[in-house]
Design a protein around this ligand. Sequence first.
Ligand SMILES: C[S@@+](CC[C@H](N)C(=O)[O-])C[C@H]1O[C@@H](n2cnc3c(N)ncnc32)[C@H](O)[C@@H]1O
Length: 352
Amino acid sequence: METTHRVVVGDARELSAVDDDSVELVVTSPPYPMIEMWDDLFTTLDPAIGTALEDGDGRAAFEAMHAQLEAVWDELERVLVDGGIACINVGDATRTLDDSFRVYPNHARVLEAFEARGFDPLPDVLWRKPANSAAKFMGSGMIPPNAYVTLEHEYVLLFRNGGESRSFEPGADRRYEAAYFWEERNRWFTDVWTDVRGELQALEDDHEELRERSAAYPLEIPYRLCCMYSTYGDTVLDPFWGTGTTSLAALCAGRNSIGYELEDAFREVFADRIEDAPELSRTIGRRRLERHREFVAQRRREGEELSYEAVHYDTPVMTKMEREIRFREVGGLEPLEGGEGYRAVHEPLVLE
Ligand SMILES: C[S@@+](CC[C@H](N)C(=O)[O-])C[C@H]1O[C@@H](n2cnc3c(N)ncnc32)[C@H](O)[C@@H]1O
């Protein structure tokens, strides 16, 4: 199996390199309105934003920033197939302007915008983003009533494009091979993720500083979302690509990807990251299997046997739907003609 991973340096308010109805999944994290690190970028997109901020008019700035994101949401509606899913990772912002502190509820504003475009909202996910600073309550004091809660969660808002789910021909192999384990389903389809800084994060420690500088999200998030909402061979789009975490996740998960990014410099960062993809994809597949085997051992200790045998791996599984599970590892990578991305060859993951 082959996949391609295209990167377009350009403005996602016009996804001209992406055809109508050509993407099955969107996984992205926009610049968050009213978070200071993005003020300059939003002001470049619309100079009126800078003026509103200078005037201390938070409401006007918030609205104008969301108007920039909405141009991208319009494009998503065009390029996503019917029944395709959009996963939008976003956090709210707290800010003091003109001596007045408040929260700017980005998640509510994005939800409204998608609904207005005909997307159906699906139950969303909250993930906990631990603030690593012991000083997180600094300045809030111990005397009521004027202290504020510290925000430590972000949202993955989920939307389906149109009223109906995607349909597949009966028995489509690529769907069954892309199945996830029963216990993964239980963890992933829970509405509060407390473990995203766990497993895959350890593999990414080298990139810690970079992640903070570029507001990159943990690989675990787009990886899970690719596994949950797309199948082998699908195409995943990230219109706010940054350092390409979504493409790396899509690659490890055996999906195609397309990224749009304003900053050319991030392509070099990605060129570095993608070198790890063969090893990373193998490690991820092995860990999922190891973890599954631990789950099987635990059930056995509790006196329960799983009812089915996996076809491609030497392990029992809980349900018939999991029998065909087959992980892929990245076997080879080469640049696409024109240097606008990569082509990857995927091999079934075989355990020795
Ligand atoms: C929150 S960061 C995304 C980080 C990414 N998820 C990662 O893991 O590296 C948002 C990115 O969107 C880019 N961006 C903002 N507005 C854009 C636009 N209109 N078109 C394309 N890229 C845009 C910014 O340059 C920034 O890199």
